[in-house]
Design a protein around this ligand. Structure first.
Ligand code: ZN
Length: 317
């Protein structure tokens, strides 16, 4: 087995940490998973990544080492230079750390960091929904909203590596305060957390919904109620769809994409919100780019980030 036949790829989030050995076809040869250490100590996360990497290397073949490691991190990352973490609200212990350099020394590998949503965009472009599409936007709807841009067939990272923060497009100038420091970001109106908040607000005015019986309901509960025909829950998804459409209409005007790929857990509610997204894009964006763009669900699920990180690692070889 030659050195270039597989790479290490990883996906580090606030809750879970996964490291894999991936071959050049995108097959995951070995996967090491762990809970992200919650000790608040940076060295514990680095140790967990190194342990996962070493487990993958040992599982493949002791005499064939990978020479590249792509790591997707739920953070703003400096994709130039030392691979420094520029901002990590969900992994604050990593803030300011030259993570790629530290891991490269520990594992004796070339290490390249990527923002997790950009990595997922790369993964979908390599093996998923946006395969063979030159200009696409990837949006992930989870607890927050992440985004990644593929322009002219390549990931667009901006000057420092921080481009693609679609979740922080403003849809209400005087709206709800956001973790990023701004107000009224679409993340506050179309994420899983937003679904729960919007449902709570509507419940104050309408007590007939079945959600009333479950004080600590989740976005999944709102989804289940909507599928069951609960009018309030259906309205919640239509509302989040409108807000998402407002944000995406701006991107359609600015970037003229061929395709917008929507992933993340909230995408399960696709049929409940996508018509409202389309309507807002058609009503707000210029006619030609609005008629050009198609909306599709992501195909790779949880694997998009790790596969994108693998693609990034192969591109470094
Ligand atoms: Zn924000």
């Amino acid at each position: 087995m030659s050195d270039n036949s597989y790479v290490l790829a990883g996906d580090v989030g606030g809750t879970n940490l996964r490291i894999a050995a991936v071959d050049c076809d995108g097959t995951i040869l070995h996967l090491a998973q762990a809970a992200t250490p919650q000790t608040g100590v940076d060295a514990d996360i680095i140790d967990a990544i190194v342990t996962g990497g070493e487990a993958c290397i040992a599982a493949i073949k002791p005499d064939a080492r990978p020479n590249s490691f792509g790591l997707a991190v739920a953070a703003l990352v400096d994709t130039n230079g030392t691979g420094r973490i520029l901002g990590a609200p969900n992994l604050p212990q990593l803030n300011g750390l030259p993570l790629a350099d530290l891991l490269a020394t520990r594992l004796d590998l070339r290490v390249t960091l990527e923002n997790d949503a950009t990595a997922a965009a790369v993964g979908e472009h390599w093996l998923g929904s946006s395969k063979d599409v030159d200009n696409s936007i990837f949006v992930t709807l989870g607890t927050g909203i992440g985004g990644g841009l593929i322009l002219n067939g390549r990931p667009y990272r901006g000057t420092d590596g921080t481009a693609g923060e679609i979740g922080h497009i403003c849809v209400e100038p005087e709206g709800i305060a956001c973790g990023c420091g701004s107000r009224g970001c679409v993340e506050q109106y179309a994420s899983a957390s937003a679904i729960v908040r919007i449902a709570r607000e509507l419940l104050h005015r309408d007590s007939t919904s079945g959600l009333k019986q479950k004080p600590d309901f989740s976005a999944k509960d709102v989804y289940d109620a909507a599928i069951g025909g609960d009018p309030l829950s259906l309205k919640v998804f239509r509302t989040m769809g409108c807000y998402l459409g407002v944000a995406l209409a701006d991107l359609v005007n600015v970037l003229n994409p061929e395709l917008i790929v929507i992933g993340g857990k909230v995408a399960s509610g696709w049929d409940l919100f996508i018509e409202d997204v389309r309507t807002e894009i058609m009503e707000r964006a210029f006619r030609y780019p609005a008629e050009t763009v198609t909306l599709e669900r992501a195909l790779l699920g949880d694997s998009a980030g790790i596969l994108g990180a693998a693609r990034v690692a192969f591109d470094q070889v």
